[in-house]
Design a protein around this ligand. Structure first.
Ligand SMILES: N[C@@H](CCC(=O)N[C@@H](CS)C(=O)NCC(=O)O)C(=O)O
Length: 161
């Protein structure tokens, strides 16, 4: 499991607000800041560090994991609203696998940022509703099954005559 990674950016003044807005739907906040950089992450624990190093920016690709397809949609909308460039709208990418639901946006430096959900849609994950009275019937059946069998004297053990 990745604990954190550092992304080199040309201009922290452009990248910080971009990521703050794009990743807000995923629960990310700017947790730490220093001259020329910052650390972002959910619940105040930075796992993405932005570091200004204009000479050494090379386009990278990385993805944020979500448990809900709606969060992929929200990431995409927020990232575009924050000035990101569309690199693929939310949707299934069955070439990767049947439930690969993702969206792609280029950040201010051309880094290819993705949000992805590998799980089936929420509706398919919900347990089917139980029929009315099914619980009672189940409990009654269990009670019956547990009823001790009638036993004769001597603890129910009978010997052949
Ligand atoms: N426009 C494509 C983007 C797909 C994409 O960027 N896929 C990733 C792998 S999940 C990739 O090829 N990354 C390589 C890179 O950005 O250099 C789409 O919407 O499907």
């Amino acid at each position: 499991m990745i604990d954190h990674f550092t992304l080199k950016v040309r201009d922290i003044a452009a990248s910080k607000p971009f990521y703050a807005r794009a990743l807000a739907p995923l629960g990310y906040v700017v947790a730490m800041e220093y001259e020329g950089g910052c650390g972002m992450g959910p619940k105040g624990k930075p796992d993405l560090w932005l570091h200004q190093d204009p000479e050494n920016v090379r386009p990278m690709h990385f993805a944020f994991h979500t448990e809900d397809r709606k969060l992929v949609d929200a990431f995409y909308a927020a990232a575009l609203a924050a000035g990101g460039k569309d690199n693929g709208p939310p949707g299934l990418r069955p070439d990767y696998h049947a439930n690969y639901y993702a969206a792609f946006v280029h950040d201010p430096d051309g880094h290819n940022v993705e949000a992805v959900c590998h799980a089936p849609p929420m509706a398919a994950r919900r347990a089917p509703a139980r029929k009315k009275g099914a619980r009672k019937a189940k409990a009654a059946a269990r009670g019956k099954a547990r009823k001790p069998a009638a036993r004769g004297r001597g603890g129910g053990k009978r010997r052949a005559a």
